[in-house]
Design a protein around this ligand. Structure first.
Ligand SMILES: [Zn+2]
Ligand SMILES: [Zn+2]
Length: 254
């Protein structure tokens, strides 16, 4: 174990029970909680997808393009979210959900093994529910492709959270699903050794959860002097709900 990393190498004493029914399974390791998206966000996202299919009028080219765009966006958003929530400034935030999320992210540096005690994909529950609900409410005014984008972001977000769990599981010598081993080997998802560097003091690199474009974001972030205000602005202006709102305004205010 690296002397400057915290807590890795220790196996959690006992796994907590999963809270809630998993409808979208994303893999499991022996003796660890199963990973997957819970019923409510899964059902909401299926409804959004069905709505998009019923509307028709899209081409496969459009769907594939939006699917790839949603990968790039999710990669960016999860990198930004992680980098922003790791900032100590947020530990004195007056916004309770932000304070709670930042505390949780930074506690993960102190107690990394506790991620193995739960269904970690449950951490994107709110993102999956709020994104889908906004999409359903605004459905009459948005295109089917916006709905595909919304569902894809939840899907990639779930995959990223599951991979984070399996990176820690592999670090603790647990057997992980073949899918993740193959993705690690071919660079399709960040491998355990990559994520472990993030868990090594001073915790100031590799905020990515998908393989993506962190090697572009991180030099830009440093070139801005690691500006907290830039992260803060981007957090509010480019989160998944804001993106849907911008698209809604762009489509309907012409
Ligand atoms: Zn972190
Ligand atoms: Zn971690």
């Amino acid at each position: 174990m690296d002397a400057s990393s915290k807590g890795e190498g220790e196996v959690p004493k006992k796994a907590r029970k999963n809270a809630g029914l998993i409808l979208l399974p994303l893999g499991s390791s022996p003796r660890l909680p199963a990973q997957g998206l819970h019923a409510f966000p899964t059902i909401l996202n299926i409804l959004v997808l069905l709505w998009a299919i019923c509307e028709g009028s899209t081409t496969w080219f459009g769907i594939v393009t939006v699917f790839l765009m949603s990968y790039v966006y999710t990669d960016y958003w999860m990198w930004l979210l992680h980098c922003y929530l790791d900032r100590v400034e947020n530990l004195s935030s007056k916004v309770p959900p932000l304070l709670k999320a930042a505390t949780s992210f930074q506690k993960h540096h102190d107690f990394p093994k506790t991620v193995l005690e739960d269904n970690h994909v449950g951490s994107i529950y709110e993102m999956g529910v709020l994104g889908a609900m906004f999409c359903i409410v605004s459905a009459p005014w948005t295109s089917p492709l916006v709905k595909v984008f919304c569902v894809s972001v939840t899907l990639f977000g779930s995959l990223a959270a599951a991979n984070h769990f399996f990176c820690h599981a592999a670090t603790h010598k647990h057997q992980i699903p073949l899918f993740y081993t193959v993705c690690h080997r071919y660079g399709l998802l960040p491998p355990p050794r990559h994520h472990k560097i993030h868990h090594t003091a001073p915790f100031e690199k590799f905020w990515n959860f998908l393989s993506g474009f962190y090697f572009i974001y991180e030099p830009i972030y440093r070139a801005t002097g690691e500006s907290y205000y830039l992260l803060h602005t981007l957090f509010y202006a480019t989160n998944p709900l804001a993106v849907q709102l911008w698209v809604l305004m762009a489509v309907n205010c012409r």
